[in-house]
Write a protein that binds this ligand. Structure first.
Ligand SMILES: O=C(O)CCC(=O)C(=O)O
Ligand SMILES: [Fe+2]
Length: 359
C-alpha cells in the first residue's frame, strides 16, 4: 500500500434496519444524515432489481476501455437512462417503497409529501488519456450540489427540504472512484459556514468541474476562497467504500466530490433526488414525467396505472381527497387508466358527500 492510500479515511456502509423493523433506516443512519450530512446504507434495494438495472445500463452505454468511452468527459446519460426509464428495473428502483420510506424517514415526512426531481442512471469512465478539461468529471473540485438543483439556496441545516442519493451499481474494487465527503462536525464547523458560496458556479465564480483547473482559477480570481477550501475542505475528505447496491444519502448542502477511476474501468450509478412537495424551487432535472407517455410499450402509462397511491403522489399525481378530484375527474381519469389496471376506488371513496360538492 503506498503512502497516499494509507492516509485515506474510509467510510464504510452499514446495513439498513432489520427486516422486522417498522423502519428501513436505523435511527443512527437518520441521525448521521441530519448531523454529518450523509449516511451510507446497504440492503435497501433487492439484489435482483440491482442486477436487472445493471444489465439494462450495460446495454445502453459503451463498454469501458472502448474508443467511445474514452471521449466521455462528464456525467449525464445523454437522455439514454432518465426517469421514466425504458428500463423497468430502473423505474422500480426509483419508486421502490423501501427507498421512498428511507427518504421520508430522513426528512421526517410522509411519502406522499415527497416529489421526485431526479433519477438518472449514468456511467463514469476511467480513461487512459485525461487532458485537463474544465468539464472533466474524473477528479472533481469539491462542491455542494445545490446550484444546479434549486433556484434559491438550501434552507438552514436543521430544516432540510431534499435528499440526494447515489446508488452505486459497481463495487469499488472493480473501478476505484470513491465519492469523497466532508462530514459536518456540529453547528460551528468552519467547513460549513452560512451562506454556502465558496464554490465554483455560485455568485460570480465560474463553474468548473475539474479540481486542478477550478482551484487554479480560484487561486487567481478569489485567492481567499481557494485558501479556505485548501484549509477546511480537502484535508477533511473521507471516501466511500461502496459496494454494488450501496446507497449514499446526502444533501444539497454537503461538501463532496467525485475522485478518479482506474483507467479502463466504468462505474455505474443511479443518482436520485427527492424534495418536499412544498419546495417548488427545487427543480425537476428532466422532462416532465408525462412527456414519457406515448411510447409503443405504454410503459409510463402502465406505471402510473399500477403504482400505489403514495408512489403516484411522488410523481405529482393528486392524492385522494385533493380538490382536483370530483365525481367527473375520478370518472375521466378512470376512463384513461382503467384499461391498464388503475383502480379509482380510493379517489372515489375520498370524495366529499354529494351534499357538500360544488357544482
Ligand atoms: O461521482 C461521484 O462520486 C460524485 C459526483 C458528483 O458529486 C457530481 O457530479 O456532482
Ligand atoms: Fe456533486
Amino acid at each position: 500500500m503506498n503512502k497516499e492510500a494509507a492516509q485515506i479515511r474510509w467510510l464504510e456502509p452499514e446495513p439498513c434496519a432489520a427486516n422486522d423493523s417498522e423502519h428501513v433506516l436505523t435511527l443512527a443512519q437518520v441521525e448521521r444524515w441530519r448531523e454529518q450530512g450523509f449516511a451510507l446504507v446497504d440492503g435497501v434495494i433487492p439484489s435482483e432489481l440491482l442486477e436487472a438495472a445493471i444489465e439494462d445500463a450495460r446495454a445502453a452505454y459503451p463498454a469501458a476501455g472502448t474508443p467511445e468511452s474514452e471521449s466521455i468527459v462528464d456525467f449525464g446519460s445523454g437522455g439514454h437512462m432518465v426517469f421514466p426509464f425504458h428500463s423497468s428495473a430502473a423505474n422500480d428502483i426509483t419508486l421502490h417503497p423501501r427507498l421512498l420510506r428511507s427518504v421520508a424517514e430522513l426528512l421526517g415526512s410522509r411519502i406522499r409529501d415527497l416529489r421526485l426531481t431526479q433519477s438518472d442512471l449514468w456511467p463514469k469512465y476511467g480513461r487512459h488519456s485525461s487532458p485537463e478539461h474544465p468539464a472533466e468529471n474524473d477528479d472533481q473540485r469539491i462542491h455542494v450540489d445545490y446550484p444546479n438543483h434549486t433556484l434559491t439556496h438550501p434552507p438552514r441545516w436543521n430544516a432540510p427540504e431534499a435528499v440526494e442519493i447515489i446508488l452505486y451499481l459497481t463495487d469499488i474494487s472493480e473501478c476505484d472512484g470513491a465519492t469523497a465527503l466532508v462530514p459536518r462536525d456540529g453547528r460551528d464547523d468552519p467547513a460549513y459556514p452560512w451562506p454556502i458560496v465558496e464554490t465554483p458556479g455560485v455568485g460570480d465564480l465560474v463553474w468548473i468541474n475539474d479540481r486542478t483547473t477550478a482551484e487554479a482559477h480560484l487561486a487567481n480570481t478569489a485567492p481567499e476562497i481557494a485558501e479556505w477550501r485548501a484549509q477546511h475542505l480537502y484535508p477533511r475528505e473521507c471516501q466511500v467504500r461502496f459496494h454494488s447496491g450501496t446507497l449514499l444519502f446526502y444533501r444539497h448542502d454537503t461538501w463532496h466530490r467525485g475522485t478518479p477511476l482506474r483507467p479502463g474501468t466504468c462505474r455505474l450509478a443511479q443518482n436520485l433526488t427527492f424534495r418536499l412537495s412544498t419546495s417548488e424551487w427545487v427543480s425537476t432535472l428532466h422532462s416532465g414525467w408525462a412527456w414519457g407517455m406515448y411510447r409503443p410499450s405504454q410503459s409510463t402509462e402502465r406505471m402510473v396505472a399500477r403504482a400505489s397511491i403514495d408512489q403516484r403522489c411522488v410523481l405529482g399525481f393528486p392524492p385522494p381527497g385533493h380538490p382536483y378530484w370530483t365525481q367527473e375527474t375520478v370518472e375521466a381519469v378512470n376512463a384513461r387508466y382503467a384499461p391498464l389496471g388503475f383502480d379509482a376506488t380510493p379517489y372515489a371513496e375520498a370524495l366529499p358527500p354529494p351534499s357538500h360538492r360544488h357544482r
